[in-house]
Ligand binder design. Structure first.
Ligand code: ATP
Ligand code: MG
Length: 643
C-alpha cells in the first residue's frame, strides 16, 4: 500500500541528516518525558516514609500523652530523597538528595517544604529540557516536510511546463491545480507529522513500557489492554472524518468556483437579470455545504470522547489492580502514581496511530495522483540540441491532422509551401482548420499523417526551443497576463529595453492608445488592472510577437476586432516588417489578406482553391463569392466592427 509513497524516498535521502537529527531529538525528548514521573514517585515516597516514620509515631505518642514533647522526636533527623534525585546527587556532587539540620517539629515541616521545592524545581528543569528537544524535533522533521513540499511543488510545476497541449486538453485546470496544492500538502502531512508521530510513538512506547515493566509487568499488561482498542476506534473515526471532509472539500470547491464564475461573469449576469436565480442556486449549494460540514463535525465530536473513555478505563484498571497490589504489599503507592502518569503519556501517541494511519492513506492516494502526472511523458519533446537558424522555408506535405480527444479530422491532406520572406494567407469558414495549421507550425501538436518541413528538415527533428524562439505567434484567443503592458509586450524577450517595446507597440499601431492611459506602459492589465477593448488587446498581442523580432510570423485572425481603417494602418506597418520574414496570415476577412503572395482557401480541412487574389477572383469560385459578399456587407454597414 505504501508503493506510491516510495517516490518520496529520494527526499528522505536528500534530507537524511536533518531526519536523523530529528530522530535523535525524539529519543532525547522521550527520555526526559519518561524521567519526570520518577520525580513524582520520589516525592510521594518521601511523604509516605515521613508519615510512617515520624508523623504516625508522633500522633500515637500524643494520643497516649497529650503533654508529649514532639520536638524531641525530630532532633537530628535528616530527610532523604531516594531514587533519581539520589543518583543525580551522586553524579553531580550536589547534595540535593537530603535535608538535614532539623531540630524541631517546625523545622521538620519547613524541611518538607524544601523537599517539595527541590522536586518541583527538578521537575520544571526536566520539562524545560524536554520542551527544548521537542522544539528541536519540530525544527528538524517539520522543516524537512516543508522543504519537501517546496521541492515537490517545483518538480510538478516544471513537469507541467514540459507537457504538451494535448495533455492540457485532457485534464481539467482544477485537477492540475489540486495536484500542486492540495495533494502536495497531503504528502507534506505524511513527510512531517505522520513520520514524526510514528517515530515518536515507537521511541516513547519502548521507553515508557520499559519503565512500566521495570515497576510491575502484570500491572503493565492490565493498563495497556484498552489502548489498542483506542487505536482501532480512532482509526475508524478518522477514516469517516477523512471521507466526510473530502465530501465537504468538494462541495466547498463547487461553491467557490460558482462564486468565481459569477464574479467574472458579472456583466453577463446583470445584463440578463439573473441575480435572483443565481442567488437561489447559491443558497442551494450553500445549504448542501452546511449539511456536509455539520455531518463532519458530528463525526469529529466522537474523537475526544473515545480517547477519554479508553484512557479512563486504563486509569481505572491501574488503580484497581494496583490498589490490590499495594494492599497485599506487592507494590508501593507511589508506583501507582507513576503508572497513571505513564498511562496518560501513552494516550496521545496511541490515539495518533489511528490518525497517522489515515494521514498515510490520504498521502498515499495523493502521491499516486501526483505520480500519475509526473510519469506522463510529454509526447512532443525536443529531439535535438543542435542550434537551429531558421531561414523560414515552411512546407506542408500532404498533412492530415486528427484531434486526439474529439476525433475530428481538422486537416485533410493539406499541402503548401511558404518560401523565406513570403506571405501565405489562409482563409476559410469557421471550423475549417485554419488555427490547426498554426498549431502544427508551432509544433503544439504533431501531424497525424504527412510531414511538416522546416528548411528542408522534418519539424520533429529540429531543435524545438530554437524553432519556437524563431516564431512570433499571435493566437486567435488573445491572452494577456495580469501584468503591466510593457511586461506583456516584452514577454518573449529577456531584458527588453524601452525602445524595443515602444517600437513593437508602434508597429502594432497601439503606441498612441497606450500613451493615453494614465500610467502609459506601466498600466496594469488583467483582474486588478484596467479593462481594455478587444481590439487593443489584439494589438498588444501583436506587439508581443513583433518584439521578439522573429523569423516566422503567424497571425491567427488577429485583426478581427479592429475596424477596417485601423486594419489598413496595421497592415501597412506590418508589410515593412514582414518583407524579410515568412508569414502566415489567417483571416476571415479578404481585406486583410488580398495582398498576400499566395492565398489558400480551406474548407472542411481541405484546400479547395489557391492562388493570388486576382487569380482567385477570376476563377469565380468560393473565394470570389466570399469577396463579393464581404464587399456588400462593408457597403451596407460601414460603421460595423468598430474598435
Ligand atoms: N483542441 C481541440 N480539440 C478537439 N477538436 C478541436 C480542437 N481545436 C479545434 N478542433 C476542431 O477542429 C476543427 C478545426 O478547428 P480550427 O480551430 O482549426 O478551425 P478554424 O478554421 O481556426 O476556425 P475559426 O475560424 O472559428 O477560428 C474544428 O472542427 C474544431 O471543432
Ligand atoms: Mg481559428
Amino acid at each position: 500500500m505504501i508503493k506510491a509513497l516510495r517516490y518520496l524516498d529520494k527526499y528522505f535521502w536528500k534530507y537524511r541528516t536533518l531526519m536523523l537529527l530529528g530522530l535523535l531529538f525524539i529519543v532525547l525528548t522521550n527520555i526526559f518525558a519518561v524521567l519526570s514521573p520518577f520525580l513524582i514517585n520520589n516525592g510521594v515516597n518521601v511523604l509516605r516514609e515521613s508519615k510512617a516514620n515520624f508523623i504516625d509515631p508522633m500522633n500515637q505518642q500524643l494520643a497516649d500523652n497529650p503533654e508529649f514533647d514532639k520536638d524531641s522526636l525530630f532532633e537530628g533527623v535528616t530527610i532523604h530523597i531516594p531514587g533519581v534525585v539520589e543518583k543525580l546527587s551522586n553524579w553531580t556532587g550536589l547534595s540535593i538528595n537530603e535535608v538535614s539540620g532539623i531540630e524541631s517539629y517546625s523545622d521538620f515541616l519547613a524541611a518538607m517544604v524544601q523537599v517539595a521545592l527541590i522536586l518541583a524545581v527538578l521537575y520544571v528543569i526536566v520539562y524545560l529540557i524536554k520542551g527544548v528537544f521537542l522544539f528541536l524535533t519540530r525544527q528538524t522533521i517539520i522543516v524537512v516536510s516543508r522543504y519537501v513540499e517546496y521541492d515537490l511543488k517545483n518538480e510538478i510545476y516544471n513537469h507541467y511546463q514540459q507537457l504538451d497541449t494535448a495533455f492540457y486538453k485532457r485534464n481539467r485546470t482544477g485537477d492540475l491545480m489540486n495536484r500542486i496544492s492540495e495533494d502536495v500538502s497531503n504528502v507534506r502531512m505524511y513527510m512531517g507529522p505522520a513520520v514524526m508521530y510514528t517515530l515518536n510513538l515507537i521511541v516513547l512506547v519502548i521507553l515508557v513500557i520499559s519503565a512500566m515493566v521495570f515497576i510491575d509487568i502484570e500491572l503493565t499488561l492490565w493498563a495497556l489492554t484498552p489502548l489498542p482498542l483506542m487505536s482501532v476506534g480512532i482509526y475508524i473515526v478518522s477514516r469517516r472524518i477523512n471521507k466526510k471532509s473530502e465530501i465537504k472539500q468538494k462541495q466547498q470547491s463547487k461553491l467557490s468556483s460558482m462564486v468565481q464564475e459569477s464574479i467574472s461573469g458579472i456583466r453577463v449576469l446583470k445584463a440578463y437579470n439573473r441575480e435572483r436565480a443565481q442567488r437561489d442556486s447559491f443558497k442551494e449549494q450553500s445549504d448542501l455545504y452546511k449539511f456536509k460540514t455539520l455531518s463532519l463535525i458530528k463525526t469529529e465530536a466522537m474523537f475526544m470522547p473515545i480517547i477519554v473513555l479508553l484512557v479512563g478505563l486504563s486509569t481505572i484498571l491501574t488503580i484497581y489492580i494496583g490498589g490490590r497490589k499495594v494492599i497485599s504489599g506487592e507494590m508501593e503507592i507511589e508506583q501507582i502514581f507513576q503508572f497513571i502518569f505513564y498511562v496518560n503519556m501513552l494516550t496521545w501517541p496511541f490515539a495518533s496511530v489511528g490518525w497517522v494511519t489515515s494521514l498515510v492513506q490520504r498521502a498515499e492516494a495523493s502521491q499516486a495522483r501526483v505520480n500519475e502526472f509526473l510519469k506522463t511523458e510529454p509526447v512532443i519533446t525536443n529531439p535535438s540540441n543542435r542550434p537551429l537558424t531558421v531561414k523560414g522555408d515552411i512546407e506542408f506535405r500532404e498533412v492530415s491532422f486528427r484531434y486526439p480527444d474529439s476525433g475530428i479530422l481538422a486537416l485533410d491532406k493539406v499541402s503548401f509551401r511558404i518560401r523565406p520572406g513570403e506571405t501565405l494567407a489562409v482563409i476559410g469558414k469557421t471550423g475549417s482548420g485554419k488555427s490547426t495549421i498554426a498549431d502544427l507550425i508551432c509544433r503544439l501538436y504533431d501531424a497525424t499523417e504527412g510531414e511538416v518541413v522546416i528548411d528542408g528538415k522534418p519539424i520533429n527533428e529540429v531543435n524545438l526551443s530554437d524553432l519556437r524562439t524563431a516564431i512570433g505567434y499571435v493566437p486567435q484567443d488573445v491572452f494577456l497576463f495580469s501584468d503591466t503592458i510593457s511586461n506583456n509586450i516584452a514577454f518573449g524577450v529577456d531584458d527588453a529595453g524601452v525602445e524595443l517595446i515602444e517600437r513593437a507597440a508602434a508597429d502594432a499601431n497601439i503606441h498612441d492608445d497606450i500613451t493615453h492611459f494614465d500610467k502609459g506602459y506601466e498600466t496594469l492589465l488583467g483582474e486588478r488592472g484596467i479593462n481594455i477593448s478587444g481590439g487593443q488587446k489584439q494589438r498588444i498581442s501583436i506587439a508581443r510577437a513583433l518584439a521578439k523580432n522573429p523569423d516566422i510570423l503567424i497571425f491567427d485572425d488577429c485583426l478581427s476586432a479592429v475596424d477596417t481603417e485601423t486594419e489598413e494602418h496595421i497592415l501597412g506597418a506590418l508589410k515593412r516588417i514582414m518583407k524579410n520574414k515568412s508569414s502566415l496570415v489567417i483571416s476571415h476577412r479578404i481585406s486583410s489578406i488580398k495582398h498576400a503572395d499566395r492565398i489558400i482557401v480551406l474548407d472542411n480541412g481541405r484546400v479547395v482553391e489557391q492562388g493570388v487574389h486576382d487569380e482567385l477572383i477570376q476563377k469565380d469560385g468560393v473565394y470570389a463569392d466570399m469577396y463579393r459578399r464581404q464587399l456588400l456587407e462593408e457597403q451596407n454597414a460601414p460603421l460595423d466592427e468598430k474598435d
